[in-house]
Design a protein around this ligand. Sequence first.
Ligand SMILES: [Fe+2]
Ligand SMILES: [Fe+2]
Length: 295
Amino acid sequence: MSETAASRSLTGAQVGIPPRHIDFKFSREADRYFFYDNNPLASLLFVVFSGAFPPGERFFMESVRNFRDQIQDPVLKAQVSGFMGQEALHGREHERLNDLFRERGLDVDLPARYVRFGLRQLERFSPRLQLACTTMMEHFTAHLAEQWLTNQALTDSSDPEMLKLWYWHALEELEHKSVAYDVFELIGGTQKERKQAGWLVGLFVMPAVVAAWLRLLIKEGQLFNRAENRRGYRALFGRGALISNVLRHMPKFWRRQFHPRQQQTQALEEAWRTRLFGPQGELIDVYRNPAKAAG
Ligand SMILES: [Fe+2]
Ligand SMILES: [Fe+2]
């Protein structure tokens, strides 16, 4: 379908989802290797995430693109454009970070390979189910993002340079957290399909993530580093810890009346937009398209 005048009249930025071109420059200091609290187990999980994001976000974009022609509402169309732009740029910047990991000898291609294999299995199912899987993974990502922006333990113990990329990514995940779901609703997506998505992601994507994490831990010679692994496990899965806080929100995805906007993050987003991109913003010096992103 050709683009109508209405669809051209709104951009992602005008509906609050601006694709921001950020030009991260990572310093090459050796101590940036295990950037989360100098702990291998916890740091390697984020290496796995970073490796998985480029193929994962491509899958998200494709699964939404399959239904783009059915969208008539100019606002949703613009939100989808913003979503596509943001996810594409996340993939690009994570590739840059992944280059840094490669330079450090970390096999960040391993999680990418494993997760790509898992996603290829999802592609055997209908485009509707693929979109349902995307909405589930976006729900996970949105809660992970909220943790990145609020979890003090994480902020206190992580490498500040590295955090900047995750902050930017997290903010934008919250800005576009409803888009894939709104498209899913538009095509009449059901609770049953959301439940099926739970099985599919649980069967094909989660094992890929866990297997990649374990393989990296083995490759780094850290599998039997018991004291550090206990400490890392507590930092991720202990009470009130980062991943525990994400997982406890997952069951909401299968509620009948679920919608991503029930995760109320507007005030948090506003605060972080100012902190990162305001006049004195922490990322203002590496932010390449502020005029365009302002709408
Ligand atoms: Fe993303
Ligand atoms: Fe996303």
